[in-house]
Design a protein around this ligand. Structure first.
Ligand SMILES: Cc1cc2nc3c(=O)[nH]c(=O)nc-3n(C[C@H](O)[C@H](O)[C@H](O)COP(=O)(O)OP(=O)(O)OC[C@H]3O[C@@H](n4cnc5c(N)ncnc54)[C@H](O)[C@@H]3O)c2cc1C
Length: 410
């Protein structure tokens, strides 16, 4: 077995240690060549799917946009291995019209989730083969991994002179006054401040309020709601096991299981179209009393469910999102009240109309999903357009007044 995304003998890997692709290298080159871009009208904090979608929509309307991303890659919770196996989000579902539309516009290849065959039920006393698969529902996946979506969005932003995406740019402060916003950025080349008209906060609200210094401080109700808004899947470890073939399908199994014994609580087929490349994935828990899960227990469970072949994956990755400092605040597993998802405090711009929220957690529909991240981005973009139109109308009215009064004098 090789552990291609981790160091030898390490059992739990940070997702951030996963490989950097040639694409990311080309983005770094691009970044160096964008130093002469004029100051942006909108700064987007975070190059996850919500931030990139907002940046893309604004750029298409002629706004100058700079996306600041703390990691050395785009995608945030969309992150895939070199073989396109997802360490973060995998699925979208029928009816998620925004994802479907974006997939279409960007030409990203998708395929049906494999659900045929029998599922398994696993508890401490027994493992039962079910008749059929009541676990999975029809859904779609991305042929090259879900991060194909964010790479395609970032590539589109590259090609536009109005906008840029800056990696390794960690936003530390956001100041807002009547003239605009000032965003403090930490970078290996030194800290600096960027000015703009608007700022979009495209990261989970609880992470934003615990890591970014807002000046002036956020209103107390907004701060309180943000601090107690869970990070969707932020406390999950996703296990991905790759194989030479989807051998479970040959014995009529769907690859899905529900387990009350663990460590993975649910398991699904993660293979590509037609079973290639072959992979299974599982989610392991948020239980604070259990320490990090380990490879041995994972392999024992896979063998118990799918037989001896499951014990020899070609690649095994344990992606612990709790340890991702640019996804999850400390003790993320303790924030569990999902009633704040899509809360009204996120629906209106803050700090004089210049600060906007777009992470999936702020979406009034499909919060938690990629679809929600896109919906939240569209709401923020609509507010920025409204704000700018109101400002333009005010400026036109002031001009007209000046014109009238100078006409009256002459
Ligand atoms: C294991 C897992 C499985 C999932 N499965 C599914 C699924 O099957 N289907 C589905 O629809 N959804 C799924 N999701 C949820 C989905 O991934 C999210 O809804 C979506 O990716 C959120 O996008 P976002 O842009 O709102 O936030 P994020 O992707 O979290 O983006 C935030 C970005 O901000 C950056 N950032 C953070 N702090 C700073 C800072 N101070 N300065 C600059 N940048 C910063 C981060 O690096 C990141 O790139 C899953 C998530 C996980 C983790």
């Amino acid at each position: 077995m090789t552990l291609s995304l981790t160091e030898p003998h390490e059992q739990v890997v940070d997702v951030r240690r996963a490989r950097s692709s040639p694409w990311v290298e080309s983005l770094s080159i691009y970044r160096l060549s964008t130093m002469s871009v004029p100051s942006p009208q909108v700064i987007v904090v975070g190059a996850g799917v919500s931030g990139l979608h907002a940046a893309d929509l604004l750029t298409r309307r002629g706004h100058r946009v700079t996306v600041l991303e703390a990691r050395d890659r785009v995608g945030g919770r969309l992150h895939s291995t070199t073989s396109g196996r997802d360490l973060g989000a995998s699925w979208f579902w029928p009816g998620e019209r925004r994802v479907a539309a974006l997939v279409d516009v960007l030409g990203v290849a998708v395929h049906d989730q494999h659900i045929a065959g029998d599922a398994l039920y696993d508890d401490p006393s027994q493992t039962v083969r079910l008749d059929g698969n009541p676990i999975d529902v029809p859904s779609f996946r991305f042929v090259d991994g879900a991060d194909a979506l964010t790479k395609a969005l970032a590539t589109r932003l590259h090609t536009d002179d109005h906008s840029d995406v800056r990696l390794d740019s960690h936003v530390q402060s956001i100041g807002v006054d009547s003239n605009g916003v000032q965003v403090g950025v930490g970078h290996a080349d030194g800290d600096h401040v960027l000015d703009a008209d608007h700022v979009i906060v495209a990261l989970p609200p609880a992470l934003a309020v615990s890591t970014i210094d807002f000046r002036p401080g956020l209103p107390s109700d907004l701060h309180a709601v943000a601090a107690r808004t869970p990070v969707w899947m932020g406390a999950i470890t996703k296990v991905v096991a790759c194989y030479d073939s989807a051998f479970w399908r040959e014995s009529g199994l769907s690859g899905s299981a529900v387990s009350h014994r663990g460590p993975m609580r649910e398991i699904h087929d993660l293979s590509g179209p037609g079973g290639h490349p072959a992979a299974l994935f599982g989610f392991a828990g948020t239980d604070t009393s259990s320490g990090p899960i380990n490879e041995t227990d994972v392999l024992d469970q896979l063998v118990r469910l799918f037989g001896p072949e499951a014990g020899s994956p070609t690649e095994l990755v344990l992606a612990d999102w709790r340890r991702e400092r640019f996804t999850s605040p400390d003790e993320v597993e303790r924030i569990t009240d999902y009633s704040t998802f899509g809360h009204r405090v996120f629906q209106q711009p803050g700090l004089g109309g210049r600060l906007h929220w777009t992470s999936t957690e702020t979406a009034p529909v499909s919060a938690g999903h990629i679809e929600g991240a896109l919906a939240a981005a569209e709401r923020a973009v609509a507010h920025i357009i409204e704000f700018d139109q109101a400002e333009d109308a005010e400026a036109d009215a002031a001009d007209a007044d000046r014109h009238d009064s100078s006409g009256a004098r002459s």
